[in-house]
Design a protein. Structure first.
Lengths: 381, 240, 204
């Protein structure tokens, strides 16, 4: 802040005394990347908090509008770079809505398997990051990454890349999974409940964790709905809204799983919801791996190159691990989308960051921010 | 769609709503609020959509800007006119049908698109659109942030990238670009800064830009060089 | 002054340890490179994965990630540098104490990578600060980051302490502060630091 030195001090609301202004970020050890919060403090208490975005604004939408539909697929990997496969899925779903393409059954099952594996590794890592921000430097994150590496190995074997998978296509998936891959996946999934148990035993009854998270950062359900909060955040506020249940995409209606809901609406609930969702994901994985049918993974009529949808528009959305990830596309009949818009759950979940932090201690801001679970690539795009 | 339109018209008198048909297979048609609606009009419609027990669209998921630039439409029009022609030595008035290309400019606009869902009822999406009058000076739209908080950052983003000014927004600042940035980069006619000096693997579009950049620099250098040479010649002239 | 290798081994057998100040000094520096805890984008996740148990960056004496630039020796530019972030990156680099090193991790940090055509993307961090090691990849695998660490260690090992080739921190005349670009109305000003980066001519 060049001009910052000469600015008049921010006064307390009652006019007696100054507030301390702190710029947390864009380089801050606890912000998941380059994010800034301009905080005004009265002692330790937060009086005002304004998030500042754009430090990772990579112009994804502008670039995609100058590119063919298929050309944007690898870019979606880099939106939420912890969960590339759900991003692929959301984009493929939006284009399929635009053109009315059908997806073969086997591809739908593969998408569910990959999507749920992504959810498990995302939730594990995000809990790891949350606990790290509490001061537990390393250990929980190492447990999380132990499981994550196993899942990434599966991704690598199937798609060729650990992180940037670029796997789904309009009307199916790029390559078929071999029987060996499915067996390996079954093996990993069989080990996951043990990992979740271990992870939970490590953390659940931890005194510090409970003291720091319970009753902190309360988000009321009415405000959460009005502010467009989605995903585990919304469900931790006790609102039963899961797009896997209501959105009717993929083959999720064939699986039995429950939607965990919170009833204290605080940081601890958000942590616990992610733990429980991992267990539900494992249930879905077990069912999908048991029932996966044979057949092709690409629609025979699907066309990837020279692909020109009819003029029109479509909005497709899925339940990504962070919340509702949507893609809004307008076609003018050309090979490029006329308008390409990503509905980023991470950005919109931050709308209520200030409301949750007001009146809390500054040390808790870091925790509350961590419990939102954002990825800057998606916030700024 | 018709039902929602009728419901809105019954509940908010004077609200002009038209249905925009989406020709795509997705079948997501949208409702356009009439441009020029007063601020309270659009907000009243939004409040009705949120609070109506039947619709209960309590969840505003997505807000998007769209830029529709001025379009030059070339139309072929058949025109009949009288032409004086000399036919067999005699001047005659002959009627001729000529095909003429006429150009007209269809004024562009900026548009905000809102995708609404219902958490309580689980239905959606209902798509709302509002247009500005033009792209230059009349770019105000009513902000729906007082009705749905989730529009707060998304409307700021549209203000930043498209330049739509949302009246009634509590904190309208740039979201992604820095303060002091002058352009609206998501508009179709935005010109990027020319920083393509070095392209290790240039091809296609990037190669064109790099070439253009190089040509421009060369031109600037020759102008500077000529000025130097001129100064040098003058110097020698004085010496002699 | 280098000691003859054979003599050194022979003396070692007799229980006498011979070295030069230069070797000892560089050995100490290269075995405790503390990186700054500074993640920018996708590559940061791979950087974290590198520090975790499976790849174990601690083997290279580099497991201590320091949040403050004052305590760090190495800046890993892990991801896309945008024009909004570039002044902060240069400022952080200026705040680091010498000797300091920079690894440009991934295609974005090197040249803008896949996002090169973006209006807000800096086309390579080496336009503003000197980079020691570049790692290609999008994102580079953890093994690639380990390779970069080994390359950096080799570079440190080969640095003479005196003479014209001595590193910047032993040269009182050398440039220590790098000018921080200013965010202008349309672009960063200046668009590059000519003292660090000159335009290579490669266009075919």
């Amino acid at each position: 802040m060049r001009e910052g030195w000469n600015r008049p001090p921010v006064m307390k609301p009652d006019g007696e005394g100054e507030l301390l202004e702190v710029a947390m970020g864009p380089h801050h050890p606890s912000t998941h990347g380059v994010f800034r919060m301009d905080v005004a403090l009265d002692g330790e208490r937060v009086i005002r908090l304004k998030p500042v975005f754009g430090y990772l604004h990579r112009n994804h939408e502008k670039i995609a509008e100058g590119m063919s539909y298929l050309g944007s697929m690898p870019f979606t990997d880099r939106l939420d770079y912890l969960c590339p496969l759900t991003n692929n899925w959301a984009y493929a779903l939006a284009v399929e809505k635009l053109t009315g393409q059908e997806v073969p059954e086997r591809a739908e099952y593969l998408r569910v398997i990959l999507g749920e594996l992504t959810r498990v590794q995302n939730h594990a890592s995000s809990i790891g990051f949350l606990i790290q921000e509490m001061g537990a430097s390393g250990t929980p994150l190492m447990y999380a990454f132990k499981a994550r590496e196993k899942i990434l190995d599966l991704f690598e074997e199937l798609t060729g890349a650990r992180m940037m998978c670029n796997y789904m296509r309009f009307g199916g998936c790029r390559v078929d999974a071999s029987a060996a891959w499915l067996d390996a996946t079954r093996k990993v999934v069989a080990g996951l409940p043990g990992f979740v148990d271990e992870f939970e035993r490590l953390l659940r009854t931890n005194e510090i964790l409970m003291a720091r998270t319970q009753g902190v950062g309360i988000l009321r359900p009415e405000l959460a709905v009005n502010a467009g909060v989605t995903g585990p955040m919304l469900r931790a506020s006790g609102v039963n809204y899961d797009i896997r249940k209501v959105g009717g995409y993929g083959v999720y209606n064939r699986f039995k799983f429950r939607v965990p809901l919170g009833d204290h609406w605080d940081v601890y609930d958000r942590y616990m919801i992610r733990m429980l969702e991992m267990r539900e994901s494992i249930k879905i994985l077990e069912q999908a791996l048991k029932d996966i049918p044979g057949g092709p993974v690409m629609d025979a009529k699907a066309k990837l190159r020279g692909f020109r949808p009819k003029p029109g528009e479509a909005y497709g959305r899925i339940e990504s691990p962070k919340g509702e990830l949507g893609f809004y596309l307008i076609s003018d009949g050309g090979p490029n989308p006329y308008r390409y818009r990503v509905r980023p759950p991470s950005l919109i979940n931050l709308t209520i960051l200030e409301d949750m932090c007001l009146g809390q201690n500054v040390a808790d801001v870091v925790l509350i921010f961590g419990s939102v679970d954002i990825i800057l690539g998606e916030v700024d795009r | 769609m018709e039902e929602i339109k009728a419901a809105i018209e019954a509940a908010v008198p004077g609200a002009g709503v038209e249905i925009v048909v989406n020709p795509s297979v997705s079948g997501q048609h949208s409702l356009r609020l009439r441009p020029g609606d007063s601020v309270s009009g659009a907000v009243a419609v939004a409040k009705f959509l949120r609070d109506d027990p039947e619709l209960a669209l309590d969840f505003l998921s997505n807000v998007t800007g769209v830029d529709w630039p001025d379009k030059e439409i070339a139309e072929k029009v058949k025109v009949t006119r009288t032409v004086t022609k000399t036919v067999e030595g005699v001047e005659q008035a002959v009627e001729e049908t000529v095909e003429e290309t006429r150009k007209r400019v269809e004024p562009g606009c900026l548009e905000a698109v809102y995708h609404l869902f219902s958490v309580a009822k689980g239905h959606g999406p209902v798509v709302l659109r509002i247009k500005t009058e033009n792209r230059t000076d009349q770019v105000e739209l009513p902000s729906l942030t007082p009705v749905w908080r989730s529009a707060e950052f998304q409307e700021r983003e549209i203000f930043d990238l498209y330049g739509i000014v949302f009246t009634g927004h509590p904190d309208l600042r740039r979201l992604l670009m820095w303060e002091g940035f002058k352009d609206h980069p998501m508009r179709r006619d935005y010109v990027e800064p020319d920083d393509f000096e070095y392209e290790p693997t240039a091809h296609d579009e990037v190669l064109k830009r790099a070439m253009a950049h190089q040509a421009k620099q060369k031109a600037a250098e020759t102008v500077a060089g000529a000025a130097d040479a001129g100064a040098g010649a003058e110097g020698t002239g004085v010496g002699a | 002054m280098a000691v003859d290798e054979g003599l050194k081994i022979e003396l070692g057998k007799q229980g006498v340890f011979v070295t030069t100040i230069e070797e000892l000094y560089n050995w100490g520096r290269r075995s405790s490179i503390w990186p700054m805890q500074f993640g920018l984008a996708c590559c940061a996740i791979e950087m974290i994965a590198t520090t975790m148990a499976r790849y174990d960056l601690a083997r290279f004496g580099a497991e201590v990630f320091r949040p403050s630039p004052r305590q760090a020796d190495l800046m890993i530019i892990s991801g896309t540098v945008t024009k909004k972030m570039a002044p902060q990156v240069v400022r952080l680099y200026n705040q680091m104490a010498e000797p300091r090193y920079v690894i440009a991790m991934g295609a974005c940090a090197i040249s803008g990578g896949p996002f090169k055509q973006g209006y807000n993307v800096l086309k390579g961090i080496d336009r503003y600060i000197p980079v020691d090691v570049h790692i290609p990849g999008c994102p580079p695998r953890p093994e690639a980051l380990l390779q970069a660490f080994m390359t950096l260690q080799k570079k440190i090992d080969g640095q003479p302490l005196t003479g014209p080739d001595r590193p910047r921190f032993l040269d009182a005349e050398a440039q220590g502060e790098f000018p921080v670009p200013v965010q202008g109305e349309h672009d960063l000003e200046p668009t590059s630091n000519p003292g660090v980066w000159t335009v290579p001519v490669v266009i075919r």
